[in-house]
Design a binder for this molecule. Structure first.
Ligand code: COA
Length: 322
């Protein structure tokens, strides 16, 4: 039996830090409101001349270094983003060129904040089927570009960043399971309601902004992400006590705490980065994984459950044996 296994992780955050105190001078809010309702104290914002591919390249190079592979071994690139550099080519193709690679398939996956989990699911299937031996999987976002910075209900929540992993074929797991779900009937609860084919004039006018029904999204995220834990553990015949780490999508500390409580996962087993990163959409899970690997919390042999939730709605998990 062939499995895919993560052999290197990487992450990148833009230099510019945007604090809650700075937001107080931009919109009608307070540092204390943001902290108490979201747990976010700061987020990073890409520079004007910094694009999603730039963030992705930093994270990818770090993951390649950590994996100690020759980049030429990479035979698949799957990149999750909501904020592609261009309509086309895909940001994955732009990244492939930056890395000096050619010929291997490179494509984007769009599942918003669950994007990295979807990309990992796709790459895992490529590796397990034998179509790929070494895959680069990236989540990268310049989400600040699709935020209305005068809308206090959304602008305090999001940030920019990128995370990446290198996956290789192995006889030992690795990725034990992935579970991916979508339900488009919730399309209006969290969206950017304009694009290329619809309302393009708004895009041209610079008004392609995220809109959200926060309360509804909150309730759905808690239910979906706690159900994902049961689904993954049941499928792998594991008890929650055997799980070493839960790495959930980093949207809001209150969502993360409610998921842990509902699923019965103690706080000390949950990786949290939302305080410093905000919600970096497709980058949030790989950034949190990279942080927990680099600071020594996640180690070889542990069971780690990654899970994401985003607009669509989309939601999914990946259970890993590190
Ligand atoms: N600063 C100050 N007040 C704010 C504010 C801000 N940044 N944003 C909203 N408010 C106000 C609202 O306008 C509302 O005022 P009103 O009662 O006069 O209308 C009040 O605060 C309470 O809003 P409410 O929506 O009840 O707050 P909440 O406790 O539900 O928290 C969110 C709002 C957005 C933080 C919360 O709903 C949430 O996190 N939802 C999920 C969002 C998310 O994670 N999305 C991405 C998922 S991938």
């Amino acid at each position: 039996m062939k499995f895919s296994r993560i052999i290197g992780t990487g992450g990148y955050l833009p230099e510019k830090v945007l604090t809650n105190r700075e937001l107080e001078s931009m919109i009608d809010t307070t540092e204390q409101w943001i902290m108490s309702r979201t747990g976010i104290s700061e987020r990073r914002i890409a520079a004007d001349d910094e694009f999603t591919v730039d963030l992705a390249e930093h994270a990818a190079r770090q993951a390649i270094d950590a994996a100690a592979i020759n980049p030429r071994e990479i035979d698949l690139i799957v990149l999750a983003t909501t904020t592609a550099d261009q309509v086309f080519p895909s940001t994955a193709c732009l990244l492939q060129h930056r890395l000096g690679l050619e010929g291997c398939p490179a494509f984007d996956v769009q599942a918003v904040c669950a994007g990295f989990i979807f990309a990992l699911g796709v790459a895992d299937n490529f590796v397990r089927s034998g179509a790929s031996r070494c895959a680069l999987v990236v989540g990268a976002e310049t989400f600040s570009r699709i935020i209305d910075w005068s809308d206090r209900r959304t602008c305090v929540l999001f940030g920019d960043g990128a995370g990446a992993v290198v996956l290789t074929a192995d006889s030992q797991p690795g990725v034990l399971s992935t579970h991916l779900h979508s339900d488009g009937k919730y399309k209006d609860l969290l969206c950017v309601p304009v694009g290329i084919s619809r309302n393009f004039s708004k895009v041209q006018a610079g008004a392609a902004y995220t809109t959200m029904q926060g309360g509804e999204v909150f309730r759905w995220a808690v239910t979906a992400m706690s159900d994902l834990i049961d689904e993954a553990l049941t499928a792998n015949r594991l008890h929650k006590e055997q799980l070493d780490w839960l790495i959930p999508h980093q949207a809001n500390i209150r969502i993360i705490e409610a998921v842990g409580k509902r699923a019965g996962i103690p706080k000390h087993k949950v990786v949290v980065t939302v305080q410093q990163h905000g919600n970096t959409s497709a980058a949030s899970v790989p950034l949190a994984l990279d942080q927990a690997v680099r600071d020594g919390r996640v180690t070889a042999g542990q069971y780690v459950l990654l899970e994401g939730f985003g607009g669509g709605f989309t939601w999914g998990s990946a259970l890993l044996k590190m």
